[in-house]
Each structure stands twice: as C-alpha cells, then as structure tokens.
Design a protein. Sequence first.
Length: 176
Amino acid sequence: MPLESLLEFIAQNFIFVAVIVGGLISMLGRMTGAGQQQQDNRGTGQRQKPPQQPTEEKVDWREIFKQEDMDPERGRNRQEPKVEQGQVTVPSEREQLQQEIQNRYDELRQKREKASQRDREVRSETEVTHHSDGLDLGLNRLSNKEAMKAVVWSEVLGRPRARQPHNTFSGRRYMK
C-alpha cells in the first residue's frame, strides 16, 4: 500500500520530483568533482597548476621601452654613425619614411579642416533659408513623448465624437 501511494505521489507531482532528483544529482556531481581534485593534488605532490593564460598574450610596450632606456650604450652604438668632416650624411630610410608619414598626416588634417569648414558654411546657409521660408515650429526636434502629448491634446481639444461619429455602421442602415 505505501508503495502504491508513493508511485501515485510521483505521478501527480512529476515536476517537483524531477527538480529534487536533479538537485541531488548536481550535488553528488560536485562532491565527486571536489574529491577527484583532492586526489589529483595528492598524487602530484600537492603542486598547484598555475592558471592557464590565454594563448594570445598582450604586449606591454612600456616594458619594452624601459628595456631600451636601460641599455643606452647598445642604442648609442647602433644609432650614431661616425661622420667625417668631408662626408655629409644622407637621411636614413627611417627618417624619410617618418617625414613622408608626417606630410601625409598634415595633408589629411588640412583636408579634414577644409571639409568641416565647407560643412559649417552649408549648414549656416541652410539654416538661413529655413528661417526665411516661414514659421519654424521645430518639428524636427520633436521627441516621442511630445508627439504623444500632441496627439492626446488634439483628441481633447478636437470636435466631440458625438458630432463626428465613425461611419462603421452606416452600411447596415441602408440595407434594411
């Protein structure tokens, strides 16, 4: 008899029983996982593995520049070619490349400034024409809330619906 009542309880409350069984399985899984980790630690002499770092390491450029600052002798030997009195040094490729990049940057900056100046001129001209056309109600700056308020006020201030009814039932009247 008690077995039948237990089966009947399980059948009636299947979701409740499923949640309880799932919780027990999850709890037992965590306990066995913790036990395996402890066994692994004992087996390896309790050496803990360092956390794995992502394969893509970020480069800290400040450290690299600090290293170059620490070794100034090595940098001087590399960067200082000896110049004799009759010899004129030609700018290195690196300096030429830097100069070329700087020139391109200056050109692009000037183009951007000219474009922004033209844009400002066009905007000021269009604003002048808009103001001279007539009344500016500022509808282009209307927010959603203000639009909703406008619709509500138009309904409130408009003609009553009793004097301007919907013509949805007019077809039935004529059919009689």
